[in-house]
Write a protein that binds this ligand. Structure first.
Ligand SMILES: CC(C)(COP(=O)(O)OP(=O)(O)OC[C@H]1O[C@@H](n2cnc3c(N)ncnc32)[C@H](O)[C@@H]1OP(=O)(O)O)[C@@H](O)C(=O)NCCC(=O)NCCS
Length: 148
């Protein structure tokens, strides 16, 4: 299924989109150039192929987003649009489609995390209707390394 949002066409990623997605992550400063990033993407797609999306402009992949559904909440991650394609509604189209897919899985609320200094992203998410909750602290720990 392909969705049209403005000029962009949004669809589920295929195997052929893996390298373009990793390139978009890299351009957006997200970890991308490692086997772990490639494995993460493969695992996410294996879990639910319909929630890793790409957006095309002129038949070229210029944006991507990943959704996840944990049975209670929807989450949006890894939203990235290549710099020359920004401010043309690509991210808005990706978000509209991933929200629709999360809703179809049962989500009534969608959360996401943004670095506080990422002003561009905060402005974008505000425009999409997302609001900050009371300050929360993100805690994390690697559980694949007992010494960590
Ligand atoms: C944030 C990002 C995904 C936005 O992508 P985009 O395709 O340019 O977004 P859209 O064109 O759909 O923007 C929709 C609206 O959001 C707001 N917006 C988007 N980028 C903005 C920016 N840099 N500054 C202020 N407002 C912005 C505007 O209101 C915009 O509408 P307008 O262009 O008519 O003014 C893109 O800048 C990006 O990839 N950044 C690097 C990666 C990143 O930070 N990802 C988010 C991690 S949480």
């Amino acid at each position: 299924m392909t969705a049209h949002g403005g000029e962009a066409e949004v669809r589920a990623a295929t195997d052929a989109d893996i390298d373009p997605i990793l390139a978009l992550w890299g351009q957006a400063g997200m970890p991308a150039d490692t086997d772990e990033a490639r494995d993460d993407l493969a695992r996410t797609r294996a879990h639910d192929t319909g929630l890793v999306l790409v957006a095309e402009l002129d038949e070229r992949v210029v944006g991507t987003v990943t959704g996840s559904w944990d049975g209670r909440r929807g989450w949006i991650m890894r939203l990235a649009v290549e710099p020359p394609a920004r401010r043309r509604g690509v991210a808005s189209a990706l978000v509209a489609e991933v929200e629709a897919r999360l809703r179809a899985r049962g989500a009534t609320q969608v959360n996401l995390l943004v670095f506080a200094e990422n002003r561009d992203a905060l402005a974008f998410w505000r425009e999409c209707g997302y609001r900050s909750m009371a300050p929360v602290v993100l805690l994390t720990r690697r559980v694949d390394d007992p010494s960590a």
